[in-house]
Ligand binder design. Structure first.
Ligand SMILES: C[S@@+](CC[C@H](N)C(=O)[O-])C[C@H]1O[C@@H](n2cnc3c(N)ncnc32)[C@H](O)[C@@H]1O
Length: 256
């Protein structure tokens, strides 16, 4: 498998430099100062889901860590994270936040489809809107399996399949109608945006199984009552996401 073409990688790297300047750098102080580990656009608390379990003493790698606030939360809970990201600007923000808030942990500038870290080094691979969206599942799930020890776990969050079917191609929030076919959705190049991967649930299960994982859970995340629409990511309004799942949070474990 050859992986994501260099042109797509360059397009995504450039997009995330712009997003860092527009939003993630400015938001990083808030996300690093947060005291609760939450998931996704509407901040669903991990304590309500229990998808990660006790991470104390675990070696964790976050693929597509961005500003690495998730890894920071895991480090505060006693894990030993390593953050991997393609984008130097995102990692520079992460390093700034490490100095300002702590804790510090390694940050690696690399493509999550070809991670320059040793086989079998980690107990847990996580990705929140990182490799889970921006990398070819055949490549990055294989990398996750390679990086994990036997019985290691993979937990990742991505846009729900339904949200991806209902979001307009250019600007705007998810609609109450299907705007594209599900067939062929897997690789999606947005006009003026990046190149994303949105496999169906069946494709995720096949890819996970082909790489030695058994699915433990699929949490479909809704906006909780009283949630506000995200100020920057124009994906779904809180009203839409209170009625349909906006994100899929998967947990899987290597069977051997
Ligand atoms: C939405 S951020 C995810 C981080 C954080 N959880 C968040 O929601 O802000 C997406 C990140 O994926 C990174 N990314 C995109 N393609 C990548 C690739 N091929 N390898 C590693 N990281 C990649 C981007 O640089 C960006 O920092």
């Amino acid at each position: 498998m050859s992986g994501t073409p260099p042109g797509d990688l360059a397009r995504n790297r450039a997009l995330w430099t712009v997003v860092n300047a527009e939003f993630t750098d400015g938001d990083a102080d808030r996300s690093w100062a947060a005291t609760t580990l939450t998931w996704g656009l509407f901040g669903i608390p991990e304590r309500d889901l229990g998808v990660l379990g006790d991470v104390t003493g675990l070696d964790v790698v976050e693929l597509g860590c961005g500003t690495a606030y998730l890894s920071a939360q895991l480090a505060r809970q006693g894990a030993r994270p390593v953050g991997v990201d393609l984008n130097a600007a995102q990692l520079a923000t992460a390093a700034r936040c490490q100095r300002r808030f702590g804790p510090t942990f390694p940050l690696v500038e690399a493509d999550a489809e070809k991670v320059p870290l040793a086989d079998g080094r980690f107990d847990l691979v996580v990705s929140e809107y990182g490799a889970s969206v921006w990398c070819d599942p055949d490549r990055w799930v294989a990398e996750a399996a390679r990086l994990l020890r036997p019985r290691g776990r993979l937990v990742f969050l991505t846009n729900s399949v339904l949200a991806t079917l209902c979001v307009p191609e250019d600007e705007g929030f998810t609609q109450e109608q299907l705007l594209r076919p599900q067939r062929g959705l897997r690789r999606t190049a947005w006009p003026g945006g990046g190149v994303e991967f949105h496999p169906s649930h069946g494709e995720w299960i096949r890819t996970l199984a082909a790489n030695g994982f058994a699915v433990q859970a699929l949490h479909e995340l809704y906006a909780p009552a009283g949630a506000a629409t995200h100020a920057y990511y124009g994906i779904a309004t809180a009203r839409w996401a209170s009625r349909w799942p906006v994100e899929d949070l998967w947990a899987a474990q290597l069977t051997g």
